[in-house]
Write a new protein. Structure first.
Length: 609
């Protein structure tokens, strides 16, 4: 039951979540963001895309009718270091749309009110977000690389003009933000209507971890690859910005919760840290004492790896200049590997912003498709959990060796692999890699046995591995034996339904189709019916042809596994001209050079009617 005032709020909300606005936002921002999320969707949410008018109309009806409830989210753990994990939340597309439209509106109202221009933040989808040749991102994935680089430039000014640099951040920042305080601070900097803030905090609050039926205390923001929680976290520190922005004896810069000062005396360094910590305590936050340092100007140069960054800037510039020369490209890639090996031997990047340098080197290795030596692979895998995302991304494009898979199996079985993401990222990277020759079946069997367990992340990884490298019969066995698990999770149900083209022309099709229809739910059936449309409806194929023909340069096979399966559905559509289907497969020459994809597609092409 709604309050008598809701009818007034509803009319205002209707303008905010109008289907046309939501549809435009989906096409311009959210669709691409959802496609690139850490856990790939079975059809890259194309079913949502084609049904966008109906979906947005449903969102409007639920929100404006007072019946909207956020969907259960996929929650995963990602190790930071020493077994400590960050929780990553992956929202439903409908919730992502509402969050983003509220975030955009709030950003437009808040950004002109910022107390200082040295608190760096920008939404990821701002037009000035830079995309550079080696696909760099900021240190934490918070936003455009430009904001991060501007933050670094500001700090370098400190080292030139001040004797000491204070480096600090906030302990467990996202986890301890109190919603009541957050709302008070935001209200000071915006005239946004109350109902918008109500809805925004309502969604984010519903996405917080609440285990064991524990009550809601209104504390914390979920961490996800959307701007809404980042914007709130950024604005929450505006009063800290205002406190230090006009201090003539201290230079101040902030990037999210990473806060730095430039000062001339140790006394001033200690006083700004004291004032910062006391000010944060009034909002239930504290300075992270373990990461706080007072550096001399010379130490700051080493901490921020100024010389190393300048060298990499020049290296990337040369790489851009000679990008059409394979000999030079190969040389620069090998140089990046050499620098990684040297850094390991001398522990050169174990302090300060060293991890940022390693990330940049891995980006160069990925961009040049340079093989990663086995010892470097194991070193980064085991000793640098915060770099695994970049490691696996580079690994997928640089070439995967048997020894590296053996090292991965060894690590996964060691008990030291304690988070969800190491399983998901490693298997995803393998499904996107190109294999010029087939490995012994026992290798992937051993890897599959390392993915035991009933957790959703483990089952996801196991199903993905089998669908890419093993037999249809084994895939069916995994699906049929685990239906009571995957049917409870929307993303897993969608994944299982996405394997339809692998079963279309096999003796297992009837059993598989019956199982999916019974257990996969509405979202699983949406994927299943989408594949059925690709297999039987020329109109559906026409609508996605351009998308399916486009390559994915970030993948080793230049096609995602989800898209490859969609292409396989189209190949089996006997209502299309044979030549059209053959040409679609021919547009993915790299995929067809993969020793696991090639026999599947060759068999499908040879059986075309």
């Amino acid at each position: 039951m709604q309050s008598p005032k809701f009818s007034q709020k509803s009319s205002q909300l209707r303008r905010l979540v109008a289907p046309k606005r939501l549809s435009d936002l989906w096409k311009s921002q959210i669709r691409d963001k959802m496609r690139k999320q850490i856990v790939p969707d079975a059809v890259e949410f194309l079913d949502f895309h084609f049904d966008i008018k109906k979906r947005t109309a449903q969102i409007e009806a639920l929100v404006c009718g007072g019946n909207y409830l956020p969907s259960p989210i996929l929650r995963l753990t990602m190790e930071k270091s020493k077994g400590l994990c960050r929780q990553i939340s992956l929202p439903d597309p409908s919730d992502a749309l509402i969050l983003q439209i509220l975030s955009n509106r709030l950003w437009a109202a808040i950004s002109p009110q910022a107390p200082t221009d040295t608190a760096f933040f920008a939404p990821q989808d701002q037009p000035f977000a830079k995309k550079n040749i080696v696909d760099q991102e900021d240190e934490w994935g918070y936003g455009p690389i430009e904001s991060w680089l501007d933050f670094q430039k500001e700090i370098l000014k400190f080292s030139k003009n001040r004797k000491y640099i204070v480096v600090t951040d906030i302990a467990n920042y996202y986890d301890f933000i109190i919603h009541q305080y957050l709302r008070s601070i935001i209200s000071e900097y915006t005239t946004e209507k109350e109902h918008s803030l109500d809805l925004l905090l309502f969604i984010l609050d519903a996405m917080l971890w609440r285990p064991d039926y524990m009550p809601n205390f209104g504390i914390g923001l979920p961490q996800m690859d959307l701007d809404a929680p980042r914007l709130l976290a950024h604005t929450h520190l505006f009063e800290i910005d205002a406190l230090f922005a006009n201090d003539p004896d201290a230079d101040y810069a902030r990037y999210m919760d990473d806060i730095d000062f430039g000062v001339d005396t140790l006394a001033k360094a200690k006083s700004v840290l004291r004032d910062l910590d006391l000010a944060l305590q009034t909002r239930n936050l504290r300075v992270n004492s373990g990461k706080t340092q007072i550096l001399t100007a010379q130490q700051a140069v080493s901490h921020f790896k100024v010389e190393e960054n300048l060298f990499l800037d020049r290296l990337i510039g040369r790489l851009e200049l000679h990008k059409t020369n394979p000999i030079r490209v190969g040389f620069y890639g090998r140089l990046a590997v050499k620098l990684l090996r040297s850094s390991r031997a001398r522990a050169r990047f174990s302090t300060g912003n060293g991890s940022k340098i390693i990330k940049r080197l891995l980006s160069i290795i990925k961009g040049t498709r340079t093989p990663i030596p086995d010892d470097i692979f194991r070193w980064l895998l085991v000793e640098h959990p915060g770099l695994r995302k970049e490691l696996f991304s580079a690994w997928s494009k640089s070439g995967i060796t048997k020894n590296q898979i053996d090292r991965l199996i060894e690590f996964l079985r060691s008990g030291e692999a304690i988070d969800d993401m190491v399983f998901i990222l490693s298997i995803n990277s393998m499904t996107h890699a190109r294999f010029g020759r087939r490995f012994n079946n026992s290798l992937f069997s051993n890897l599959r046995l390392s993915l035991k367990g009933g957790e959703a992340s483990m089952l996801y990884s196991r199903l993905l591995l089998v669908s890419r490298f093993d037999s249809f019969s084994l895939l069916w066995s995994e699906i049929s034996n685990t239906h009571t698990i995957w049917s409870r999770h929307k993303f897993l149900s969608r994944q299982v339904a996405g394997f339809a083209p692998l079963f279309f022309n096999t003796s297992l099709w009837d059993k598989y189709a019956a199982l999916v229809r019974r257990w996969s739910g509405d979202e699983g059936m949406s994927v299943f019916e989408f594949h059925e449309g690709l297999r039987s409806d020329p109109t559906t194929v026409k609508a996605v042809r351009a998308f399916l023909k486009a390559s994915n340069p970030s993948s080793g096979t230049e096609i995602s596994h989800a898209k490859a399966l969609m292409v396989l559905s189209v190949v089996q559509n006997d209502k299309l001209d044979k030549l059209q289907r053959a040409q679609l497969v021919g547009s993915h020459a790299v995929m067809m050079s993969d020793s696991y994809y090639q026999p599947i597609f060759s068999a499908a092409l040879s059986s075309m009617k």
